[in-house]
Design a protein around this ligand. Structure first.
Ligand code: SF4
Ligand code: SF4
Length: 243
């Protein structure tokens, strides 16, 4: 059994999202009834609120090392319905941040996927100024998009012209090339806010987990560890799968 080395509740209380998200849960279940993620995943926001308000370090650690905190879609429907003005979605954000900060995210199948997000959307922000960059998204990784993407890929210039975009061009307009000075400023923001250190920490903890699992780990997007965490589905996450 893992020995808790941190007062997780105290740590969570230093996160403004946690303070705003929990005024005291009465277990009514309204958030669960409205939650889109609870409809699909083996997930219950009422239990998240109930668990964190126990202040039980071991129970909170179970959340930090588990899959459930990664199921929420952060839609905030729960915030608008809760009769006690709680927001399980905000609690989830604070729990996710703490899971990453403590390195416990690598203990769960869904938590490990943080590396994919860091190496794609996270790095695209710094490289291009956009969190979603069309040309970096491979069709092979997103088969759910079907033949529409293939058509788009072959007609990007014409397509963006019809939307009035300045696609990869200078000057104003959607999808314009983000100037080097702006990218440098973004990098600086990441550095001074600690986001760059957090990115490095995600890499470090992921490398350790890859070694533990005996999987290839390098900077490429298709190394053994990345492939495994991107594609693995152990069959325990959704309501139609066995627990
Ligand atoms: S709606 Fe609010 S009070 Fe009801 S279970 Fe969810 S968090 Fe608790
Ligand atoms: S924010 Fe998360 S917990 Fe709240 S309703 Fe949306 S998916 Fe559910």
């Amino acid at each position: 059994m893992r020995i808790c080395t941190m007062d997780y509740y105290k740590e969570l209380c230093s996160d403004v999202r946690f303070v705003e998200g929990l005024t005291g849960c009465l277990n009514c279940g309204t958030c669960t009834a409205i939650c889109a993620a609870a409809e699909f995943y083996n997930y219950d926001p009422r239990i998240i609120a109930e668990t964190v308000q126990t202040r039980d370090n071991n129970k909170i650690e179970e959340l930090l090392t588990g899959n459930t905190i990664w199921y929420c879609g952060e839609c905030m429907s729960c915030k608008t319905r809760c009769p006690r003005n709680n927001a399980p979605g905000l609690l989830i954000m604070a729990l996710r941040a703490l899971s990453v900060k403590t390195g416990l995210f690598t203990e769960s199948e869904k938590g490990r996927q943080q590396l994919v997000l860091k190496r794609t959307m996270g790095e695209w922000i710094l490289k291009y100024g956009y969190c979603l960059y069309r040309e970096e998204m491979s069709m092979a990784d997103h088969p759910e998009q079907g033949p529409t993407w293939e058509w788009q890929n072959n007609n990007l210039d014409k397509l963006f012209e019809r939307f009035g975009a300045t696609y990869k061009g200078d000057g104003p307009g959607p999808l314009r090339k983000v100037p080097a000075e702006a990218l440098a400023e973004l990098r600086k923001i990441f550095d001074v806010t600690g986001a760059s250190d957090l990115f490095n920490f995600i890499e470090k903890k992921s490398a350790e987990k890859a070694e533990e699992l005996g999987l290839e780990f390098n900077e490429k997007l298709d190394c053994g560890y990345l492939n495994q965490i991107y594609n693995l589905d152990s069959g325990i996450h959704t309501k139609d799968q066995a627990i």
